[in-house]
Design a protein around this ligand. Structure first.
Ligand code: PBG
Ligand code: ZN
Length: 321
């Protein structure tokens, strides 16, 4: 006779719910938004169905909805009004991102605001830093990232999230924030950011594709995991408060290893390519969107993520509330 029968604990939904090891919560989610100049703008992004380019007024309305759904945080990306060689609109207090951060903070003070710090949306060449010939100059870029981080903190950001992958940026940004007395502004580092084809739809949405070459001299080779642990170690030593891994789905082995080794929160970025694949297959009727999304996000948590940045956040909040 079979004595141990795992199926006993799968007999009903209530029984299954009692022994469920991982529970997805609205409180795990961060919703990314894209802000543009102007007023009353709400244009759907072709590569990212049901995501929109929003002017600040509409971003504020959406922020209210995000908070009402119980989602704790929003991450703000912006499309600037002008681009130049250095990406100076990235630290312009009159740029859409800084204005949106300030307006959202005022309208919905309890919502945690994450500012994405990078230069690729703001430079004419589309690279994530200052060029020296065809090379992105690391240490010169740090000085610009410091300005961006401080400008976002001044606007009211609670968390600064650098996504540039320059060496030493966490130290540099921490110093710059502390220097201006922003000691309680946290840093969520894109510590393990792979050079990935999964960012394609985002680059269309943010108009941030590199105008020559690629990002492989600063973003990581997707074949590597020991190097991921090295990047995490460096960011921990440089005082990152939250460690992020990006993309998510194809990199859950990395999430799991990092989770086992560190005692700070781990975030994953469920990126635009992952989102677009789900949306297009769902639209064709080939998959059940709700079930696939819940399964994907639960798998991210099971692997060890505490926080999930996802374009599905609004839908998920409605589904699991
Ligand atoms: C900017 C940035 C990118 C993403 C977040 N911040 C694009 C890139 O590095 O090319 C990607 C997000 C997504 O694909 O959803 N450095
Ligand atoms: Zn960038």
């Amino acid at each position: 006779m079979i004595k141990l029968r795992p199926r006993r604990l799968r007999i009903s939904e209530n029984m299954r719910s009692m022994v469920r090891e991982t529970n997805l919560s609205v409180k795990d989610l961060i919703y990314p938004i894209f802000v543009v100049a102007g007023t009353n703008i709400r244009e759907e992004i072709p590569s990212m169905p049901e995501c929109y380019h929003l002017s600040v007024d509409n971003a504020v309305e959406l922020a209210k909805k995000i908070a009402a759904l119980g989602i704790p945080a929003v991450e703000v990306f912006g499309l600037p009004e002008y681009k130049d060689e250095l990406g100076s609109s990235a630290w312009d207090m009159n740029s859409p991102v800084q204005k949106a951060i300030a307006a959202i903070k005022k309208a919905v003070p309890e919502l945690v605001i994450v500012g994405d710090v990078c230069l690729c949306q703001y430079t004419t060449h589309g690279h994530c830093g200052k060029l020296c010939g065809d090379y992105v100059d690391n240490d010169e870029t740090l000085k610009l990232l410091q300005k961006v981080a401080v400008s976002q903190a001044e606007a009211g950001a609670d968390i600064i999230a650098p996504s540039d992958m320059m060496d030493g940026r966490i130290s540099a940004i921490r110093d710059a924030l502390d220097d201006k007395n922003f000691v309680n502004v946290s840093i969520m580092s894109y510590s393990v950011k792979y050079a990935s084809a999964y960012y394609g739809p985002f680059r269309d949405a943010a108009n941030s594709a590199p105008q020559f070459g690629n990002r492989k001299q600063y973003q990581m080779d997707f074949a590597n995991i020991r190097e991921a642990l090295k990047e995490v170690e460096l960011d921990l030593a440089e005082s990152a408060d939250i460690i992020m891994i990006k993309p998510a789905l194809a990199y859950l082995d990395v999430v799991s290893k990092v989770r086992e080794r560190i005692n700070r929160p781990v975030a994953v970025y469920n990126v635009s390519g992952e989102y677009a694949m789900v949306k297009s297959a769902a639209k064709s009727g080939w998959i059940d969107e709700k079930r696939i999304v819940i399964e994907n996000l639960t798998a991210m948590k099971r692997a060890g993520a505490d926080i999930i940045i996802t374009y599905h956040a609004l839908d998920v909040a409605e589904w699991i509330r």
